[in-house]
Design a protein around this ligand. Sequence first.
Ligand code: SF4
Length: 321
Amino acid sequence: MKLLEVKDLKVHFNTLDGLVKAVDGVSFTLNEQETLAIVGESGCGKTVTVLTILGLIKKAIVSGSILYRGVELTKISQKEFEEIRGKKISMIFQEPMSSFDPLYTVGKQMMEVAMKHLKIDEERARQLCVDMLKKVQIPLAERRFDEYPHQMSGGMLQRIMIAIALLTNPDIVIADEPTTALDVTIQAQVLNLFKQLQKQYKTSVIFITHDLGVVAEVADRVHVMYAGKIVERSDVVKLFKQPLHPYTKGLLESRLKKEYKNKKLPFIEGVVPPPTNWPSGCRFHPRCPKAMEICRREEPVEVQLNGSSVACWLYHEGGAR
Ligand code: SF4
């Protein structure tokens, strides 16, 4: 069942350099209890998309629709958002250290969320938060509860962020590169814990990442974003077995693999273009090894193929895949 439906979302900013079209016509749905990964390089618009869903983007020109359980999130007030953000839809940020206030104990910061959203007294909030710390495997939870963020490791803080995100048993957790700042071994532990708790809490997740290894670990479906648009949608197995869009293929090929030892690593030529000046036609054409004449002139619309969907002229009639 659909929990969230985003339709033709555009998020533009007026800047001194011109109009930044950070998100430029993005549509997707999130179903109950599924994990949707949104993948792409930095600057592709994935973080702006989720911050807009949470009503955290200021001074932007927003159009399109974000429907959550029948409520149009682009139309509600900040006060109404307070009832949804952190309670029904919560977020785990990339940098655990900067997400906590260094002046307060982690316990106090957890309790604040619990008391605000669950309307419970201090004693019950403390018990709930200590129990959550145990669930995210913080050793000596009662003692750690009264410690400050600087007394914790990055991995511990990230697990506490997961605890806070799940405190209110939300419908949706948005995780923005939650393991990027962690060592690889800690990353795996945090991801496993996250997956286990997601199942237990029956939460839907939007997972933002640039790391396809992480996608393979967590996602049910994957949307690949490039230059403010979604260029491919697929289920996770198909995406790895049969990628369609040249950009997705480039991302997959540029992952570190054993056979690349002592060889030059494949990479996608060029850089993501500036959002004030997206290229004409297909926005990937200046970097695409398969670009054709039509790609420079006309923007490809998405076509369906074997249950996936791709925005590329190669898959339109007459395209030379
Ligand atoms: Fe490459 Fe053309 Fe497809 Fe864009 S539409 S990805 S330029 S082949």
